[in-house]
Ligand binder design. Structure first.
Ligand SMILES: [Zn+2]
Length: 330
């Protein structure tokens, strides 16, 4: 539908160009037909008013060809047409994954789940490399500075140390820029997936409970608090733009979401593969011995995030208060 609208816009633009050119040529003539001029003026005015964005454009500069595709601003009319088809009855749980940065699970009105693993591996690989570089540089700077100050306490640092400090600043700037890029991409894909399934409310892991996921640190994407915060902001911002009040986003305490079975609520174990039932710490899959549910561990956790919403009282200890029987899981 967005593309249909785009083509209508293109046709309007062509008509506008045509009418404007005709009007100019008419006006340049001495004995122009005043009735025709008025008619064309009206036509140009109408076309201009109906045009909401510029048309796609192809430009050639030297040996480069540039295609410019403008986006329509989200007008209320367009949003109604594209997004408000049917009521929103689904819920989504968004969790940090272990095998990929973010996992989205949608529970629709028919109690069916739709899962999506959001991956931007190339961006995360680059991020890991940059973070590694900051650690190297910091330790080099510390070591050299210590040496220098011990030997010559009253002198300022030499150029080779200052050079490394400048490099460190620039690497940190790159990390921050990359974080923003990752947050944009991940948030956009998450929101798009939620819109596709008519999600009313999105549940996210609360930042206050944020910590490394136990036992899996080496495998974990280990999204930093800062990055998860940026992703949350991105999701809220986009959902607000789509007309959800306050973004339709809630945060929940993620305690136990990775150990509990999303089907029956009993405690399950980690297993290596999608077929195996033997417990293996740090395994990729989740297996519930009570109801034989077998799921990817990340997806199981995301589904549990949706379940937490049903339990009242927000804030710390929310899950623990609601499920006292879970306390022996610790
Ligand atoms: Zn179960």
């Amino acid at each position: 539908m967005l593309f249909e609208d785009m083509s209508a816009q293109l046709i309007t633009t062509i008509a506008l160009h045509y009418a404007t050119r005709e009007l100019t040529s008419l006006l340049s003539k001495k004995d122009s037909d005043s009735e025709k001029v008025t008619r064309l003026r009206e036509e140009v005015k109408r076309l201009r008013a109906s045009r909401r964005c510029a048309p796609p454009r192809v430009q050639q500069r030297g040996n480069k060809v540039i295609l410019t595709i403008p986006f329509l601003s989200a007008s209320g009319e367009l949003l109604d047409r594209v997004l408000q088809q049917g009521a929103r009855l689904a819920y989504a749980g968004v969790d940090r994954g272990l095998r990929c940065p973010v996992v989205v699970s949608v529970l629709d009105e028919d109690s069916a789940y739709h899962d999506r693993q959001v991956r931007y591996e190339h961006l995360f690989t680059r991020r890991t490399m940059l973070r590694q570089r900051t650690r190297e540089l910091s330790s080099q700077i510390d070591r050299r500075k210590n040496n220098w100050e011990r030997k010559r306490p009253r002198l300022t640092c030499p150029a080779h140390i200052l050079k490394r400090e400048r490099e460190l600043t620039s690497v940190w700037r790159k990390v921050r820029r990359l974080d923003r890029e990752i947050a944009h991409q991940v948030a956009a894909e998450t929101v798009w997936f939620c819109e596709k399934h008519g999600v009313k409310t999105v549940y996210l892991e609360d930042l206050r409970f944020f910590n490394g996921k136990g036992g899996m640190r080496s495998h974990s994407w280990n999204l930093s608090t800062n990055l998860w915060g940026l992703i949350q902001e991105g999701i809220i911002y986009r959902r607000k733009a789509l007309g959800h009040s306050r973004g339709g986003v809630w945060t929940v305490n993620p305690a136990w979401t990775s150990q509990t079975c999303s089907e029956c609520g009993e405690r399950g174990v980690r297993v290596e593969g999608s077929e195996s039932v033997e417990e293996r710490k740090g395994g990729e899959y989740f297996y519930c011995p009570q109801c034989q549910t077998q799921l990817h561990a990340d997806i199981n956790a995301a589904r549990n995030i949706i379940k937490v919403r049903k339990k009242p009282s927000a804030g710390p200890g929310r899950t623990g208060q609601q499920c006292p029987e879970m306390s022996n899981f610790q």
